[in-house]
Design a binder for this molecule. Structure first.
Ligand code: CAA
Length: 379
């Protein structure tokens, strides 16, 4: 497949690269250390149009394609994977989900602020007993006149405590299992909706990951997305696109690891040579670069299928499966090339390893991606 980038694509990539270098790089290590959310940086990402890249212009978005989105996402994640996941969830899960399946009123009400970064979104599917087994929803939504009353707990919710708008999956009819789950838009400040535990994480520490609690939380019926019972299909369809975003976050981490390793190998001297003179180092860099190009091709392929409105679920799963593996491997190799310096916080490659691991877990573990790919092959 031929990936021809036009001038707009190249301009977006360059804008994202410059933004990442100027606005994210100087504070990324400190925010990681202090577990600080990048408030100012997310605001600027909104101003640059990075928070609603694929949202149509009529709803205040940048009206761009998925290729543009992945080009920007790689540049952001190369420098700061926490900013990458904040951007990915807002773009691919929240904005895309509302635009693809929301009512006209929902799109007009929520998309302009989400796309401009004035408001932030979160996607609440996971529960203490519904991670990979996502259909096993225990949160309930009981119809009461013109409202649904939500009760339950969501966990590991990215952007959770910062979000103004949360897409919540909840069971409207437990007897129907997966077919009894519905999707709702819940606004921050709705009585009965609160933030519970903030997680202390291995990586992506400057992003926000929390549990959310719903206790007799009354949500107007016009906030339901799609029909009753559409919630699991809504969540899984939306996650198909989300996986392209997370694959690209992983790609960014891998590329950042490679660039750090190349730079260090040209500076570090051993045995009267820079270590880049040694074939063992060149071979490591060559393997990293080859795998990264392969991951990039899988991502661009999935993104272009999505842009052409062709089925992309399996391609997205392949891209995420491979890119997340490459992210972990590349970060490990970058540390190895740095030797002892790679193991300490002064050099950012140890952050890359800590950030990489989650890409094999969230938006479907690698095992779930294999299940999705396997089912597509055998259907
Ligand atoms: N699109 C639309 N519908 C889909 C679908 C898809 N990609 N995949 C499955 N469905 C439908 C099925 O057709 C089925 O509907 P019908 O009965 O009407 O045919 C229904 O959804 C249930 O599917 P299954 O019967 O296949 O359910 P399952 O339990 O066997 O498997 C699964 C489903 C693929 C394992 C799914 O649960 C899954 O993907 N799990 C991983 C969940 C996940 O990715 N969580 C991420 C949380 S969000 C997050 O991480 C965001 C963040 O913070 C960064």
């Amino acid at each position: 497949m031929n990936f021809e980038f036009n001038e707009t694509h190249l301009m977006i990539k360059e804008t994202a690269r410059q933004f990442a270098e100027d606005e994210l790089a100087p504070s990324a290590d400190t925010r990681d250390e202090k577990e600080e959310f990048p408030y100012e940086q997310v605001k600027k990402m909104g101003e640059l149009g990075f928070m609603g890249m694929m949202v149509s212009e009529q709803y205040g978005g940048a009206g761009l394609d998925t290729l543009s989105y992945v080009l920007a996402m790689e540049e952001i994640s190369k420098v700061d994977a926490s900013a990458g996941v904040i951007m990915s969830v807002n773009n691919s899960l929240v904005c895309w989900g509302i635009e693809a399946y929301g009512t006209e009123e929902q799109k007009q009400k929520y998309l302009p602020d989400l796309a401009s970064g004035k408001k932030l979104g979160a996607f609440a599917l996971s529960e203490p007993e519904a991670g990979s087994d996502a259909t096993n929803q225990r949160t309930t939504a009981k119809k009461d006149g013109d409202f649904y009353v939500l009760n339950g707990t969501k966990n590991f919710i990215t952007n959770g405590s910062q979000a103004d708008i949360v897409l919540v999956m909840a069971s409207t009819d437990r007897s129907k299992g997966a077919k009894g789950v519905s999707a709702f838009i819940v606004e921050k400040g709705t009585p009965g909706f609160s933030v519970a535990k903030k997680e202390k994480k291995l990586g992506i520490r400057s992003s926000d990951t929390v549990s959310l609690a719903f206790q007799d939380c009354r949500v107007p019926k016009e906030n339901r997305i799609g029909e009753e019972g559409f919630g699991i299909k809504f969540a899984l369809k939306t996650l198909d696109g989300g996986r392209i975003g997370i694959a690209t976050q992983a790609l960014g981490i891998a590329q950042g690891s490679l660039e750090a390793a190349v730079k260090y190998s040209k500076e570090r001297k051993a045995f009267d040579h820079t270590i880049s003179d040694f074939q063992i180092i060149q071979f490591k860099l060559a393997d990293m670069a080859t795998n990264i190009e392969a991951a990039r091709s899988l991502i661009l392929y999935a993104a272009s299928l999505k842009d052409r409105k062709e089925p992309y679920a399996a391609a997205a799963a392949m891209a995420k499966l491979f890119a997340s593996r490459i992210a972990v491997q590349s970060a490990l190799e970058a540390i190895q090339i740095h030797g002892g310096y790679g193991y300490v916080r002064e050099y950012k490659v140890e952050r890359f390893l800590r950030d990489a691991k989650i890409t094999e877990i969230y938006e479907g573990t690698s095992e779930i991606q294999k299940l999705v790919i396997g089912r597509a092959l055998l259907q």
